[in-house]
Design a protein around this ligand. Structure first.
Ligand SMILES: Cc1cc2nc3c(=O)[nH]c(=O)nc-3n(C[C@H](O)[C@H](O)[C@H](O)COP(=O)(O)OP(=O)(O)OC[C@H]3O[C@@H](n4cnc5c(N)ncnc54)[C@H](O)[C@@H]3O)c2cc1C
Length: 470
């Protein structure tokens, strides 16, 4: 049930620590508080079921604003959330009763066409950046959805459509500007503050507020790819993954095993039946792409085939703005998907009582796996497959049922070590966060956290506790 909030009561309850009217003056009305017209919209995240009521949302305009918001958070002791694109799976980018530092107003993008680099403010979405860079035939790889913010996406690592050709987004991160917990504005790169530069490449929002990222751009003009719909059987799923792993690294493939949506281009007899909805992107010569993708098309008679030469930004089709599903999900890394694993996947998807259940399979390897494991805080580079299983549902009361389904499904898929990825984590708990950062990576992250954020000001995230234990 939605929690009712009385704006006056909230302002009074924090009267000693937070004066909304003063903040409105300080931040030139870039302040949204309970009772304001835009409040409900501003506290809405991509996922539904996260009914958090912050005391104030501050739409920062630049680095000075960020410094001032961090000072406010230190002085009031109120919980601080940092928001870029609002796609946090755990709902971490809106605080309950606290401060939200909202970067949506910081969307500047400066592209150096000759040098093939770009400085991007952290409020940009993957889609906005991709569209602007494509004007120059250039791209930096992000994820599978255009509305995801480059802020959260980059800091967790990012696995997306051109990952096998160009690696993770953090592999194209050249530098960043970051405001640390004590309000210092630091430039980080391989030479300046290299420990912090290492930590923000996979360590999430634990170390400060990144205001700008500098990325490398690649020449990616048109690509060969698009959606391919195939029947989902143990054989098609296992063979799809074998092909995806052995394909040249120009090809990145994502296979969504899920019930066929009632789309007009899918024959009605498939609607609701489990299919493979695959997205294939070959970042290279179109005729070569056609040759590489032919065996995928031959796995079974395609239910629909939309694979063709396309402009790179077409990877991000328009989205439904008011779509806010609730989801129970788990992401893991696997070493193989053979017929028996595929049977398990189909069995669990059939047993879900959610509105929709999906297993998203991504073949990894290529450029991502060539970067040494210790080079960044994203340590699962040698994993071969990433799988994200999820049930979408409509009512908050259903949460326990779908969480239990996800837990059982994940246990049935487990192959050896528990390995996690923070960007897709919900409220998975400390053990799963630990599973994202094996061995020395964890110790090093905790030491760097203790140095830059000893009081854990940035704790609304997949939290890495500082070594001093706060
Ligand atoms: C529909 C959907 C598709 C996705 N697809 C992919 C995918 O293909 N590949 C992939 O790797 N991931 C994917 N993700 C996961 C996504 O990368 C994470 O949810 C990511 O955190 C979202 O970033 P955001 O900026 O939109 O989120 P926000 O909710 O704004 O931020 C999430 C967290 O990141 C931190 N943060 C954000 N910006 C900053 C900043 N500037 N400085 C400091 N900390 C910051 C904060 O801790 C914040 O709580 C997807 C998620 C969704 C919902």
């Amino acid at each position: 049930m939605a929690k009712k909030i009385n704006s006056q009561a909230l302002e009074e309850s924090n009267l000693n620590t937070l004066s909304i009217s003063q903040l409105r003056k300080d931040f030139n009305d870039r302040v949204i508080a309970p009772g304001d017209a835009g409040y409900d919209q501003a506290r809405t995240l991509f996922y539904g079921g996260m009914d958090h009521h912050p005391a104030v949302i501050i739409r920062v305009k630049g680095v000075d604003d960020v410094v001032r918001v961090l000072k406010l958070a230190r002085e009031t002791g109120l919980p601080l959330a940092v928001r870029s694109g609002g796609h946090s799976v755990a709902g971490h980018s809106i605080s309950e009763g606290g401060i939200v530092l909202d970067l949506a107003g910081m969307r500047d993008l400066q592209i150096d066409i000759e040098g093939q680099t770009a400085w991007a403010e952290a409020g940009l979405t993957a889609g906005e950046y991709t569209t602007a860079a494509a004007v120059h035939g250039l791209a930096t790889g992000f994820g599978d959805t255009g509305s995801v913010g480059i802020g959260g996406l980059t800091l967790g690592g990012r696995v997306g459509y051109i990952v096998r050709k160009y690696g993770l987004t953090i592999d194209d991160l050249l530098a960043a500007e970051i405001v640390t917990a004590d309000g210092q504005v630091l430039h980080v790169d391989e030479d300046m503050n290299p420990d912090l530069f290492w930590a923000i490449r996979g360590g999430g929002g634990n170390f400060g507020v990144v205001t700008r990222f500098q990325f490398r751009l690649h020449k990616v003009d048109s690509v060969f790819g698009g959606m391919l719909f195939l029947p989902a059987t143990p054989d098609t799923i296992a063979s799809f993954m074998t092909l995806a792993e052995s394909a040249p690294e120009e090809l990145s493939a994502i296979a969504n095993v899920m019930p066929a949506p009632p789309m007009p281009f899918l024959p009605a007899e498939y609607h609701g039946k489990l299919i493979i909805m695959a997205m294939l992107i070959y970042a290279g010569d179109a005729s070569e792409g056609e040759r590489v993708i032919a065996p995928f098309r031959a796995l079974a008679t395609p239910i629909a085939d939309m694979v063709k030469p396309m402009e790179y930004p077409e990877i991000y089709p328009p989205e439904q703005g008011d779509y806010h599903p609730m989801a129970a999900s788990r992401t893991m890394f696997l070493d193989h998907i053979d017929r028996s694993v595929a049977e398990t996947i189909l069995k669990y998807l059939k047993s879900s009582t959610g509105m929709m259940a999906v297993a998203q399979l991504r073949a990894l390897g290529g450029a991502m796996a060539r970067v040494p494991v210790e080079a960044t805080a994203f340590a699962h580079r040698n994993s071969r497959i990433m799988i994200n299983v999820a049930a979408l549902y409509g009512q908050p009361e259903e949460k326990a049922t779908h969480e239990a389904w996800v837990t059982d499904f994940a246990a049935a898929l487990q192959q050896g070590d528990d390995r996690g990825y923070v960007n897709f984590m919900g409220e998975d708990g400390a053990a799963r966060i630990r599973a994202a950062y094996p061995g020395r990576t964890w110790d090093r992250l905790r030491e760097i956290k203790a140095h830059y954020d000893p009081n854990n000001l940035f704790r609304l995230n997949q939290n890495i506790p500082p070594t001093n234990g706060k």
